[in-house]
Write a protein that binds this ligand. Structure first.
Ligand code: NAI
Ligand code: MG
Length: 335
């Protein structure tokens, strides 16, 4: 991640998608407008409605828009999510999936002092989905661990720790059973760690980690792990801090980055203007940090935190009755 402002004006790809994706995107752009930073938005179409309109859920033109932008903000897709977001991650080689797990006041968070980042490898492991034909006995799936991809993600985790004043990186694996593949992951972890003598290291088996996330979540700072384990643990993390409406994420590649809330298009509440836009706004905070706009990121983060602290204007998922745009207005007024 960059640590200082990289440009005077940034080209940002905006892909609102379907359902509440469009609503939380509108609210977020409204708030970004209150910051002192110059954006050039280029809109891209994707998702269920796009499929109906154009015959494809992810037009090549949208991929080009994302490719040519400094960063992309993505709302949510509906039933076509796999064809849209998974394909974008693959096409753009977005190898790192970042899922922060942070507790906020006046939410359903189970703990008060949680603040860690899960850095998940996004391109290989179990999710190459290389399943052979059914065999006589059942079925077989292959799991791929390469030195190149694991070095890259582990190095990313240590750099993230340094750039974000974290003191420790925890490797999560199952090397006692998967001796070759996770044995290699573990070996690479310590090789990379030797380049970062100021960052402490720790390793746990994934099953133990699933428990420690409940018994001592405050002790984690940065977790780095392979694809499937990262997917599972990050949903556990979401459960810890209570509620999809609050959880942002980033997908980072060498030349492209996409920021999106973890939630989907929420057809059950879409069109009512009541979706919580905070997950999308926190995704924008991550984007601001990525492009090096750290002061603006801090400012937006603080404005969101103040709304949660005040607890006067909250959407219904947080027990309030405010609309999406009322909450956005409150955040903008706090900037
Ligand atoms: P979902 O995340 O859309 O909704 C799950 C539940 O959480 C719903 O009750 C919804 O109302 C609530 N919720 C989600 N975000 C909220 C917000 N910001 N404010 C208030 N409440 C919120 O997941 P679901 O229902 O499993 O999937 C709905 C559609 O979204 C499906 O078509 C699915 O394929 C798609 N999807 C897309 C994703 C993406 O684009 N990255 C990710 C997950 C699902
Ligand atoms: Mg998942």
């Amino acid at each position: 991640m960059n640590t200082s402002k990289t440009k005077d004006k940034y080209q940002i790809a905006i892909v609102p998608g379907d359902g509440i994706g469009k609503e939380v995107m509108e609210a977020t752009l409204f708030v970004l407008d209150g910051l002192d930073v110059d954006f050039d938005y280029v809109y891209g179409d994707a998702g269920d409605e796009c499929l109906e309109k154009t015959g494809t859920a992810l037009p090549d033109e949208t991929l080009d828009i994302i490719r040519n932008a400094d960063a992309c903000l993505f709302g949510a897709a509906g039933e076509t999510a796999a064809d849209v977001i998974v394909k974008i991650r693959q096409e753009m080689k977005m190898f790192a999936n970042l899922r922060p797990v942070k507790s906020y006041p006046n939410t359903n968070s189970l703990f008060e002092n949680i603040d860690f980042m899960i850095v998940r490898e996004n391109t290989e492991g179990m999710y190459i989905a290389d399943e052979e034909q059914y065999t006589d006995e059942g079925a077989i799936a292959r799991r791929i661990i390469t030195r190149q991809a694991e070095e890259r993600i582990i190095d990313y985790a240590f750099k993230y720790a340094i750039n974000n004043s974290k003191t420790k990186v925890t490797a999560v694996h199952k090397a006692n059973v998967l001796k070759k593949s996770d044995g290699l992951f573990r070996e690479i972890f310590y090789e990379v760690a030797s380049d970062y003598p100021d960052i402490a290291t720790e390793e746990f088996y994934v099953d133990a980690t699933a428990m420690y996330l409940i018994t001592q979540p405050e002790s984690f700072e940065v977790i780095v792990t392979t694809n499937l384990f990262g997917d599972i643990l990050s949903d556990e993390g979401a459960g810890l801090v209570g509620g999809l409406g609050l959880i942002p994420s980033a997908n980072i590649g060498e030349n492209a980055a996409l920021f999106e809330p973890v939630h989907g298009s929420a057809p059950d509440i879409a069109g009512q203007g009541i979706a919580n836009p905070i997950a999308m706004m926190l995704s924008a905070v991550m984007m601001l940090r990525y492009i090096g706009e750290n002061e603006n990121a801090d400012k937006l983060d603080a404005a969101i935190l103040k709304v949660l602290n005040d607890a006067n204007i909250l959407t219904c998922d947080l027990g309030g009755s405010a609309t999406t745009m009322e909450l956005a207005n409150a955040v903008k007024n706090n900037l």
